[in-house]
Design a protein around this ligand. Structure first.
Ligand code: FAS
Ligand code: PHB
Length: 398
């Protein structure tokens, strides 16, 4: 494989969705993934699919298992001071979200890519991108051998630590970043989840109860930035979760075997622009949002939809108009998602350095939300992507 129309670096959601969306338009691509297939399939990450992401899976005809195994979620709960604010998503927005692990999305997309026979090369670490403004080529190493893939365009879907963003000249890109100074400890447990997605702000910190199925819970605690899974044996985790979820009698939350533990730092990051010459950034390569708003995966899919549409328009008409507008179209959405995720993070976490006054204001904000149907509607709308994702992404049109 020495030449293709679109060279894609990374087989995460952004790269995989882009490849499938391009193939649907008859555009060839090659996906270069640095890690092994097992490693990629083993990564536990996001879990909430917005309606636009569900529509994207349906558009590709890859939503069969999603429809069978995904959990349609109507409710969004915030807990504080021992009380619960329940937001009914369909009543407030006309939409629902689907709980379906990112691992499962990636598994479906990889299987379909392999079935199609189109190139998806694992263990292919991209080490350089040449001639971005002219005739690009991706230099990658596979089995210790350096290889070259010439492309019309390069899509860097290679995540926060990839090489795509770093290949844009430093004087042509602006990086916006915020470190939150705390992390999320995440576990998977063989235990029945709470009925609704439940976020909690307690005096001891943030907690979140999500799920992967009706038998597997996905649970999170806010922890310090240096803390490790080893510091959180099961007994300590469960005790802290009961407390933070105001479940003192430990009746609402059912404990079970914890079989996966991870720690993710919270940060917000945006690179502007998301393109340079014939190189385009998509997904975490261009932006990271704090996971509180459940936006990361869904933004990556939105970028893929926009880039696939722009590339399709170029190959169909010769025009580069949509390609030239790609970055701004993405950033309009990304900044709104970062704003929402930042606001929700600030509302629900014990923020380092908060004064007692700021803590009281934060709890008053939650009291206001509890009393205001319009405040709840605003949160629910952004949670399902209204006002953030492009409305056309809710349809199954390319
Ligand atoms: P990804 O990082 O998923 O994929 C990039 C791919 O590129 C990887 O497979 C990597 O191996 C590959 N790659 C990198 N450099 C390469 C190179 N030089 N050559 C070849 N391949 C290369 N989002 C949520 O919405 N909710 C969550 O709860 C949530 N939790 C998260 C927890 C963690 C620990 C992390 C890291 C992220 C989390 N996210 C969450 C965000 C996450 O879901 C991302 O938004 C999503 O994976 C973005 O997808 P991609 O942009 O495809 O990037
Ligand atoms: C998850 O299920 O992994 C999840 C849910 C909601 C979030 C973040 C992660 O805000």
């Amino acid at each position: 494989m020495t030449r293709t129309q679109v060279g894609i670096i990374g087989a995460g959601p952004a790269g995989l969705f882009l490849a499938h969306l391009l193939a649907k338009q008859g555009i060839d691509s090659v996906i270069l993934e640095g890690r092994s297939q097992d490693y990629v399939l083993g990564r536990v990450r996001a879990g909430v699919l917005e309606p636009s992401t569900v529509a994207s899976m349906a558009l590709l005809g890859l939503d069969g298992r999603l429809k069978r195994e995904g959990i349609v979620d109507d409710g969004l709960d915030f807990r504080f001071r021992g009380r619960t604010v329940h937001m009914n998503l369909p009543e407030l927005t006309g939409h629902r979200v689907v709980i379906y692990g990112q691992q499962e999305v990636v598994k479906d997309l990889i299987a379909a890519r392999i079935d199609s026979g189109a190139p998806l090369i694992f263990g292919a670490e991209a080490v350089a991108i040449e001639d971005i403004a002219g005739r690009p080529a991706i230099i990658y190493v596979q089995d210790g051998v350096q290889k070259r893939l010439e492309c019309d365009f390069v899509a860097a879907c290679d995540g926060y630590h990839g090489i795509g963003r770093a290949s844009i000249p430093a004087d042509r890109i602006t990086l916006h970043e915020r470190q939150y100074g705390f992390a999320w400890l995440g576990v998977l447990s063989r235990s029945p989840p709470l009925p609704d997605m439940t976020y909690s702000n307690s005096d001891r910190g943030f907690a979140l109860c999500s799920r992967r199925s009706w038998e597997v819970s996905r649970l999170y605690l806010q922890v310090g930035p240096e803390e490790t899974p080893e510091e959180w044996p099961a007994a300590r985790f469960w005790d802290e979760l009961h407390h933070r979820m105001f479940d003192e009698d430990a009746r609402a939350i059912v404990e079970g075997e914890i079989f996966q533990t991870d720690v993710a730092q919270l940060r917000a990051f945006i690179a502007e622009p998301m393109q340079h010459g014939r190189l385009f950034l998509a997904g975490d390569a261009a932006h990271i949002v704090p996971p509180t708003g459940a936006k990361g995966l869904n933004l990556a899919v939105g970028d893929a939809r926009l880039l696939a549409r722009a590339l399709g328009h170029h190959y169909a008409t010769g025009s580069s108009a949509l390609l030239e507008g790609y970055s701004q179209a993405c950033l309009d959405r990304v900044w709104k998602a970062v704003r929402f995720s930042t606001a929700l993070t600030g509302l629900l976490h014990r923020m380092p350095g908060h004064t007692p006054f700021e803590r009281a204001l934060q709890l008053t904000e939650l009291e206001y939300t509890a009393a205001s149907p319009s405040a709840q509607k605003a949160i629910a709308e952004q949670y399902v992507g209204i006002g953030i994702q492009e409305p056309w992404m809710l349809t199954e049109a390319l």
